[in-house]
Design a protein around this ligand. Structure first.
Ligand code: HEM
Length: 417
C-alpha cells in the first residue's frame, strides 16, 4: 500500500506558514493526487481534498473529533468542552440544542434585527463627514444584532469592546505571538461575562425570552436531569454569538466582490432574490475563511491506496474542495452563475463543513450566515451609494483568517430610500 506522496513535517510547516490557505490545494495539484501524507515522527498525518475525501471525512464510523482540535485553538477561538469536540450521542444531543435555535422563525427574527441595524448604520455613515471602515462598522452592527437575538443584554457603551473581543477570538485562529495572546485574553473576558449571565438566568436575577440561545443554553437539562456546567453553557452560548460577528469578514469580501465586479452590482440591484443567493454562494466558495478541518481515525480502514491506522490525524482541505476540478469549472474565477448548475451535494461545496447539519459537525450557523449575507447585499446594492477611495484591498492567503488589509474603506456614503 504505497504510491502516496509524502512530505516531511519540516517542509509542511514551512509550506503552511508561507502559503496558508492553499497549502493542501497546491500540493494536491503538484502531486496530481487528492491525498498525501506528512511524515511526523510517531504519528500519521494525512491531508486529503475533494468531494470523495469529504464524503469519507463525514462518515462518523470512520472518524472522531475528540483529540483532533489543538488546545491552542480551544483556548482562543472555540473555548473548551464545546460541541466541536464531542462525538456520538453526546454530540447529537448538544447539536440538537443548537439546531433547536436555528428554526426558520428564529432566523427570521435575527434577519429583522439585522435589517434594523443596517438602516441605523447607513443613516449614521451618511451623516459622517469622513470615511468609514466597513469591517469595523459591520462587526459592531452584527454584535448588536447577535446579542439582541441571543438574549445577551448589551449596553451601547459596551458594543465596541465586545465586538472587538469576539473578533479577537476568531482572529487568533492561525496566529502565534501577540495575536494568539490577544485571543486568549478575549476568551477569558467573554467567557467571564457570559458565565455570569448564565448564572444570573439560573438564579432568576436575569430574565431572557424563551427561544433565545441564552435561554436554551442556561436552562437545558442533560439526560441525567442536570444543567450544563455553567462554563460549558457559556462556551456554547458564545458559539451562537461570536460567529455572527465573524460574518463581518464575509460581508467585507462581498463588498470587495461588488467592487471588483460592477456588472454583478447591477444584477443584484435590479435582479431577483435568486440572483443574490447565487452571489452569496460564490462569495462563500471563492473567498477563504476556514482552511481545513481535522479529525482522528476511529478504527483502521483503507481508502485510495492508503492505510488509515486508528488514531491517525486527517486534515480535510476546505479551501481546495471548494475549487476541486471534479466539481468546479474555472474554479479560480469569481462567477456566481456557476451555482445555477450546482448539484446541491453536501460534500463538494463545504465552506462551513459538509454532511448533515444535525448528524455531523457541519456548521450550525450556515443558514444564519447565508441570511446575514443576503441582508447585507440588499443594503449594499439597493439602499446605499458610496465611493471606494484608493486603498489596499489585497488580502494575504498566508494569514488565517484573512480579509482586505484596509478593512474596506468607504467614503461619501449616501442613503437611498
Ligand atoms: C462549525 C464555518 C458561522 C456556529 C463550523 C465549521 C466550520 C464553520 C468550517 C466546522 C465544520 C466541521 O467541523 O465539520 C463557519 C463560517 C461562518 C460560520 C465560515 C461564517 C462566518 C457560524 C454562525 C454560527 C456558527 C453564524 C452560529 C450562529 C457553529 C457551530 C459549529 C460550527 C456551533 C460546531 C458544529 C458542530 O461541531 O457540530 N462553522 N461558521 N457558525 N459553526 Fe460555523
Amino acid at each position: 500500500m504505497r504510491n502516496i506522496p509524502r512530505i516531511s513535517a519540516w517542509s509542511s510547516a514551512v509550506g503552511l506558514a508561507r502559503e496558508g490557505f492553499p497549502f493542501i490545494y497546491n500540493r494536491c495539484r503538484r502531486f496530481q493526487s487528492d491525498i498525501f501524507e506528512i511524515t511526523v515522527p510517531f504519528m500519521k498525518v494525512v491531508c486529503m481534498s475533494g468531494p470523495e475525501a469529504s464524503r469519507i471525512f463525514y462518515d462518523p464510523e470512520r472518524f472522531v473529533r475528540q483529540g483532533a482540535i489543538p488546545k491552542r485553538i480551544q483556548r482562543t477561538l472555540f473555548g473548551e468542552h464545546g460541541v466541536q469536540t464531542l462525538d456520538d450521542a453526546a454530540h447529537r444531543r448538544r447539536k440538537e440544542l443548537f439546531m433547536s435555535i436555528m428554526t426558520p422563525e428564529n432566523i427570521q427574527r435575527l434577519s429583522a434585527l439585522m435589517h434594523d441595524h443596517w438602516q441605523v448604520g447607513i443613516r449614521k455613515w451618511a451623516a459622517t463627514t469622513g470615511p468609514i471602515v466597513l469591517f469595523d462598522e459591520v462587526k459592531e452592527l452584527l454584535c448588536r444584532a447577535a446579542c439582541a437575538w441571543a438574549g445577551v443584554p448589551l449596553n451601547e457603551s459596551e458594543v465596541k469592546q465586545r465586538a472587538q473581543q469576539f473578533w479577537e477570538r476568531v482572529d487568533a485562529f492561525g496566529a502565534v505571538g501577540l495575536r494568539h495572546l490577544r485571543g486568549r485574553k478575549a476568551r477569558h473576558q467573554t467567557e467571564d461575562w457570559i458565565r455570569s449571565l448564565i448564572l444570573g438566568i439560573r438564579e432568576g436575577r436575569i430574565t431572557v425570552p424563551e427561544g433565545t440561545s441564552a435561554y436554551a443554553m442556561a436552562l437545558h437539562r442533560e439526560p441525567d436531569g442536570k444543567p450544563l456546567d455553567a462554563q460549558v453553557a457559556a462556551v456554547e452560548l458564545i458559539n451562537t454569538v461570536r460567529p455572527i460577528v465573524a460574518i463581518a469578514n464575509y460581508i467585507v469580501f462581498a463588498a470587495l466582490a461588488l467592487h471588483k465586479h460592477p456588472e454583478c452590482r447591477e444584477v443584484l440591484r435590479n435582479g431577483s432574490a435568486e440572483d443574490t443567493e447565487l452571489f452569496v454562494q460564490e462569495v462563500r466558495r471563492y473567498y477563504p475563511f476556514a482552511p481545513f478541518l481535522g479529525a482522528k481515525v476511529r478504527s483502521a480502514f483503507d481508502w485510495r491506496n492508503m492505510h488509515f491506522p486508528k488514531g491517525a490525524m486527517v486534515l480535510l482541505d476546505v479551501y481546495g474542495t471548494n475549487r476541486h476540478p471534479d466539481t468546479w469549472e474555472r474554479p479560480l474565477e469569481f462567477w456566481p452563475n456557476r451555482f445555477r448548475q450546482w448539484d446541491g451535494s453536501a460534500y463538494n461545496f463545504i465552506p462551513q463543513g459538509g454532511g448533515d447539519h444535525y448528524k455531523n459537525h457541519r456548521c450550525a450557523g450556515e443558514w444564519v450566515t447565508i441570511e446575514a449575507l443576503n441582508v447585507a447585499l440588499n443594503y449594499l446594492t439597493r439602499h446605499m451609494e458610496y465611493t471606494v477611495p484608493p486603498q489596499d484591498l489585497s488580502f494575504k492567503l498566508s494569514r488565517m483568517p484573512t480579509y482586505p488589509r484596509s478593512g474596506f474603506i468607504l467614503s461619501q456614503v449616501r442613503e437611498i430610500k
